[in-house]
Design a protein around this ligand. Structure first.
Ligand code: 5MM
Length: 346
């Protein structure tokens, strides 16, 4: 058992406290720059810093955001006033999280499939991040649906890496967010996504047990069960909620404190509607909290509005706060589509 077990349990519960979710803002420089380029924002370290400051200093964000996942560059940065972002977060009542994987790379012998890397030197990096104030971590595995994929090789390689990462995190005092993402890309029907998600989650929890990961000291960050973006028959909100909860109830042990979804390329509103309906219809049947750990589905309106112009910061922060609020309400089953129109920009 980890010497941090009591602290890990407490942190995991706080990450999924009622009405709150986790903000993913751990885009690597490559991903962040890609989003900036589309809006003509200079892809400099300073602009990335300014954008992350906009997010972290959003007034009252901690009403709905328990913690945020940072990238290595971000956790080392300071606000314009010279305060480390870790301190800015702690002062605002948000738990510091850190992405520790080093990305999804081509998996040898498996064309079209990826395995996430980052185990080398991870124990030492975790110790450094803990010293800097981080209390949870994230590792994302990517599973692609295609004609003859995913292969068992890919699912097992990723599940093994996720479990080794989670064990190291708990040893070093960080709550692991275990993120096996089944990608939404493709023309597959929702039933195929269900089948692949089922296989993936079964493999992940088998490996977590094999590596002695304490299931009450982690958070699961799955994708929702949904038809591929190019599938001619798109899923209804009801189907997504029902089939996602079905697969989770079949595979996720009751001791896991929380399930915090990624948005995975769904629209902002759909991500919120799916989360809300899961809580409204099935919340009482589920032993774990059901909430969000969105990146795009929370950040998008704020990033578009800011567009690199600091005069737009107050209004962009309002947009960010609003999306966080709607998802916080959805995590309680209290969201209504009419609330989408409630933002009043300064
Ligand atoms: C799936 O991506 C994670 C959740 O984001 P969405 O809600 O937008 O799907 C997200 O945390 C992702 O892992 C980060 O944005 C980092 O991505 P890269 O590709 O830069 O490592």
């Amino acid at each position: 058992m980890s010497r941090y077990a009591a602290e890990l349990r407490q942190t995991a519960r706080a990450m999924v406290a009622p009405g709150k979710g986790i903000l993913a803002m751990d885009e690597s420089n490559a991903t962040c720059n890609k989003r900036f380029e589309m809006l003509g924002i200079p892809t400099t370290e300073e602009r990335r810093r300014a954008y992350r400051e906009l997010i972290l200093t959003t007034p009252n964000l901690s009403e709905f955001i328990s913690g945020a996942i940072l990238y290595d560059e971000t956790i080392r940065q300071l606000s314009q006033a010279g305060v480390p972002f870790t301190q800015v977060m702690q002062d605002a009542g948000m738990i510091v999280g850190i992405k520790v994987d080093t990305g999804a790379k081509d998996l040898a012998t498996c064309p079209g499939e990826k395995v996430t890397e980052g185990l080398d030197g991870l124990r030492e990096r975790i110790a450094e991040y803990y010293q800097m104030g981080a209390r949870f971590a994230k590792w994302r595995a990517v599973i692609t649906i295609g004609d003859a994929i995913p292969s068992r090789t890919c699912i097992e390689a990723n599940a093994h890496a996720l479990a080794r990462y989670a064990a190291l995190c708990q040893e070093g005092g960080l709550v692991p967010i275990v993120e096996p993402e089944v990608l939404i890309d493709g023309n597959h029907p929702i039933e195929r996504c269900y089948q692949v998600t089922d296989q993936t989650l079964q493999a992940v929890f088998a490996q977590l047990r094999l590596q002695n990961v304490a299931l009450d000291q982690m958070i699961l960050k799955p994708s929702m069960v949904i038809a591929g973006l190019d599938c001619p028959t798109q899923s209804t909100v009801e189907q997504v909620a029902e089939m996602t909860i079905q697969v989770l109830r079949d595979t996720v042990p009751a001791t896991v404190p929380g399930v915090a979804f990624l948005s995975g390329g769904q629209s902002n509103q759909r991500s919120t509607e799916h989360l809300n309906l899961m809580n409204v219809k099935y919340g009482a049947l589920c032993p774990w909290r059901i909430t969000f750990s969105y990146a795009r589905a929370i950040q998008q309106p704020a990033l578009l509005h800011w567009a690199g112009n600091d005069a737009n910061i107050p209004a962009a922060q309002q947009l960010l706060y609003h999306r966080a609020k709607l998802n916080g309400l959805a995590s309680l089953g209290q969201y209504e589509p009419a609330m989408e129109k409630q933002t009043v920009l300064v």
